[in-house]
Design a protein around this ligand. Structure first.
Ligand code: AP5
Length: 220
């Protein structure tokens, strides 16, 4: 069983690569953002509490995130291994994850940091479209759907995320720098951090990840 974290700023490709890892390596893609957006869509208590934070581009409080993630990671399918996308995002979340894994005799295998410069992140996010039904991710310039505005996988009409306005994106980047970037040092100290250049194209990033996972599985 392989358990990895994908780390990087908004738009660095965490969701795109985690989805590829699910399709090609069988790791379950667990996205805290997708889980939160599903709660918002369904109007659950958690969704109603999380929405104002998400709309501003701020982090949702840790106490709301931790129970949601623990429940998802405890589901039967996640026992075959997972790629975490968007979690952990604070040192407190990372410590809670470590404590949870340790309690069940497990640990993370690797943390992969996708490095992408800020101007490229802004360009990618302004052209991102997502499927509200199956969460597939597209980019109008570099990864367009076969039929404009329609999901290749399920045929639903594609949408832009609500937190994609320029000011909200800039706040998400600020929040990342202040609250999530310190995790790089946290994981570097543990010898778990691997950096991949996130600008080399989706397939090349996937090839780098495959090489890394091959090594991780040999070590287990
Ligand atoms: P979340 O949904 O996690 O958003 P994010 O981290 O800001 O990341 P994104 O989904 O924007 O980007 P990504 O790295 O997945 O990139 P993608 O693959 O889509 O979080 C949303 C909100 O929820 C947060 O602001 C917060 O409020 C809350 N939240 C979530 N988790 C939380 C937590 N743990 N704690 C507290 N609050 C939390 O790619 C981007 C675009 O680039 C796409 O169009 C894609 O097609 C394209 N692309 C991808 N890879 C490449 C490539 N190699 N070359 C060219 N284009 C590429």
């Amino acid at each position: 069983m392989t358990q990895i974290v994908l780390l990087g700023p908004p738009g660095s490709g965490k969701g795109t690569q985690a989805s590829g890892l699910e399709q090609r390596w069988g790791l379950v893609h667990i996205s805290s953002g997708d889980l939160l957006r599903a709660h918002v869509k369904e109007g659950t208590h958690l969704g109603r509490r999380a929405k104002p934070y998400m709309d501003r581009g701020d982090l949702v409080p840790d106490e709301l995130i931790l129970d949601m993630m623990a429940e998802r990671m405890g589901a039967p399918d996640a026992q075959r291994g997972f790629a975490l996308d968007g979690f952990p995002r604070t040192v407190a979340q990372a410590e809670a994850l470590e404590a949870r894994l340790e309690a069940i005799g497990q640990k993370l295998d690797a943390v992969v940091y996708l490095h992408v410069p800020e101007e490229e992140l802004l360009r990618r996010l302004s052209g991102r479209r997502i499927c509200p039904s199956c969460n597939a991710i597209y980019q109008v310039d570099t990864m367009p759907p076969k039929v404009a505005g329609i999901c290749d996988q399920c045929g639903a009409a594609l949408i832009q995320r609500q937190d994609e306005q320029v000011e909200v994106v800039r706040n998400r980047l600020r929040v990342y720098a202040e609250q999530t970037a310190p995790l790089l040092e946290h994981y570097r100290r543990q010898g778990l951090l691997h950096e991949i250049d996130g600008t080399i194209g989706v397939e090349n990033v996937m090839a780098e990840l495959a090489r890394l996972l091959g090594g991780v599985r040999q070590q287990r």
